[in-house]
Design a protein around this ligand. Sequence first.
Ligand SMILES: Nc1nc2c(ncn2[C@@H]2O[C@H](COP(=O)(O)OP(=O)(O)OP(=O)(O)O)[C@@H](O)[C@H]2O)c(=O)[nH]1
Ligand SMILES: [Mg+2]
Ligand SMILES: [Zn+2]
Length: 334
Amino acid sequence: MTGLVIRNTGSWYDVRTDDGQFFACKVKGNFRLRGIRSTNPVAVGDRVDIKPTATESTPDGSPSSPPTALITEIHDRRNYIIRRASNLSKQSHIIAANVDLAGLIITIAHPETSTTFIDRFLATAEAYRVPVVLIFNKVDLYGADELRYLEGVMTLYRYLGYNCHAVSAKTGEGIAALVDDLRGKTTLFSGNSGVGKSTLLNRIVPEARAKTAEISVAHDQGQHTTTFSEMYDLPQASSSEAELADASDSGRIIDTPGIRGFGTFDFEREEVSHYFREIFQIGRDCRFSNCTHTHEPGCAVMKALDNHEIAESRYQSYLSMLEDKDEGKYRERF
Ligand SMILES: Nc1nc2c(ncn2[C@@H]2O[C@H](COP(=O)(O)OP(=O)(O)OP(=O)(O)O)[C@@H](O)[C@H]2O)c(=O)[nH]1
Ligand SMILES: [Mg+2]
Ligand SMILES: [Zn+2]
């Protein structure tokens, strides 16, 4: 039987088979996937072959549990988004596989998403060739200064060619336009804890009833409420649209646990700039083809920075990723 991994709860994977049955699955043996040393050999979004097992080994032993099965084969992935499991660990974690779109949920405040975090996410998505949508949430909370800042940040990323949405999961502002962009696609929701990924999911897919929690007042940070990744089907498009749309593919959202940092790099030094669109483009005019844009004479990137043609925040993010490499943090192959 073949199915789709829709949830990952530690060592168990919930699989929905193509004929609509649900199985709680374990992975057979020790999957070592094509050189990726990952904490999870299977990820939400993976297509897998499964073999049903006898029912006595249900996860909690209750009769209402779904039948169990073994995952015997993982189909080739179209793509995946991966990140380092933790700073100390050499292992990485596959956040999701086979996604059409990576949605980064960002908040200007409560909590504040740093531009370095945004740029690292974008660089990773560039490296894995996954299109991105930037979703700026909690617009209902912002005062005049924050709205002005938001406008500036969106202008920057739109200029770089990234699709941006300003929304409020709370009031519903901007949601309809966002959903239009998600139709028919499998979209990963990622971002720091507390930015409202699960609240946004619940706004778009009310039946999801995903758990949400207020951010900590003391730290202005989320509380890592979502602990497992899970995929949800988007509701069918309404009225006349429904007749046109392919009923079987309304699209899907993968809600994921909040992440602190983003730094999964296995690139050469010169390669880092390939994943910053404008730095890559302008860097073609540098005198040296292996220019790192830090000190070299005839560097077009540093000149563009002086002329305010490259945003200081983007350049700082680029430098921070180069520094990771200098410190050897991401040097090991996984
Ligand atoms: N004012 C306002 N609050 C929001 C909005 N979206 C989410 N929140 C609140 O932000 C808090 C965190 O929301 P969650 O949906 O739990 O955040 P999350 O990103 O899923 O967090 P983790 O699961 O920990 O990664 C909750 O108190 C939500 O009610 C919004 O658009 N406006
Ligand atoms: Mg959540
Ligand atoms: Zn240069």
